[in-house]
Design a protein around this ligand. Structure first.
Ligand SMILES: C[S@@+](CC[C@H](N)C(=O)[O-])C[C@H]1O[C@@H](n2cnc3c(N)ncnc32)[C@H](O)[C@@H]1O
Length: 186
């Protein structure tokens, strides 16, 4: 009897993993940028350069599993956080984390959708970890919608036609992801 229960549990784990793998693959095929998370080791540096306060409205465009927003919201629970994600797999992870978050969950919104179709005018701070071609494509929208003074932090990649006000080398190894933060002011 016990062996059957064990086999059923194994089958459930196997099929759940297959479904997640399919969702991850389909989502990555749809987007130009795959779901890769910001390394936990650099979250503190993001917090240092983004400079949010209690009145901030922080957007993560392509928020993945939401870890950047959740990390920041633990430090500054009164600020508002909006994550936009269109890949079902990370979206599911972000929603699950939000569900289990006990404090200040009403200050965090995880939206399903394409950030090109969302109005960003409410943001005071924006974080992205996207490819250069995607942030370049986003630039006209950002210039049109973001309020003057909005702080924009990009991990690893910079705009071709906009100069950062600051760059922070995170001092990570040559082969590690997430080695630089580019800070922009709109
Ligand atoms: C490199 S991951 C970064 C995830 C998260 N921001 C982080 O730093 O941990 C980029 C994410 O952007 C999402 N993405 C790419 N293009 C998108 C779009 N047009 N609309 C919404 N999400 C998008 C991808 O699905 C992926 O999860």
């Amino acid at each position: 009897m016990l062996i059957y229960i064990f086999q059923i549990i194994l089958l459930i784990i196997f099929f759940t993993s297959i479904i997640f793998l399919m969702l991850w693959t389909i989502g990555n095929l749809k987007n130009k940028v795959p779901f890769v998370t910001s390394p936990n080791a650099i979250l503190k540096s993001i917090e240092k350069v983004i400079k949010i306060d209690d009145t901030s409205v922080v957007y993560d465009l392509g928020c993945g599993d939401g870890r950047v927003l959740f990390y920041l919201s633990n430090l500054k629970p009164k600020a508002k956080y909006v994550g936009i994600e269109n890949n079902l797999f990370p979206l599911f992870l972000a929603k699950i984390s939000l569900f289990f978050k006990k404090k200040n969950e009403n200050k965090i919104e995880i939206k399903k959708g394409n950030f090109f179709n969302q109005n960003l005018s409410e943001a005071t701070h924006v974080f992205t970890y996207l490819y250069p071609s995607v942030i370049d494509e986003l630039l006209p929208k950002l210039e049109k919608e973001l309020k003057p003074g909005t702080r924009f932090i990009s991990l690893s990649f910079k705009f071709t036609n906009k100069k950062p006000i600051e760059e922070l080398d995170l001092g990570r190894g040559k082969y590690k992801l997430g080695r630089k933060l580019y800070i922009y002011q709109f």
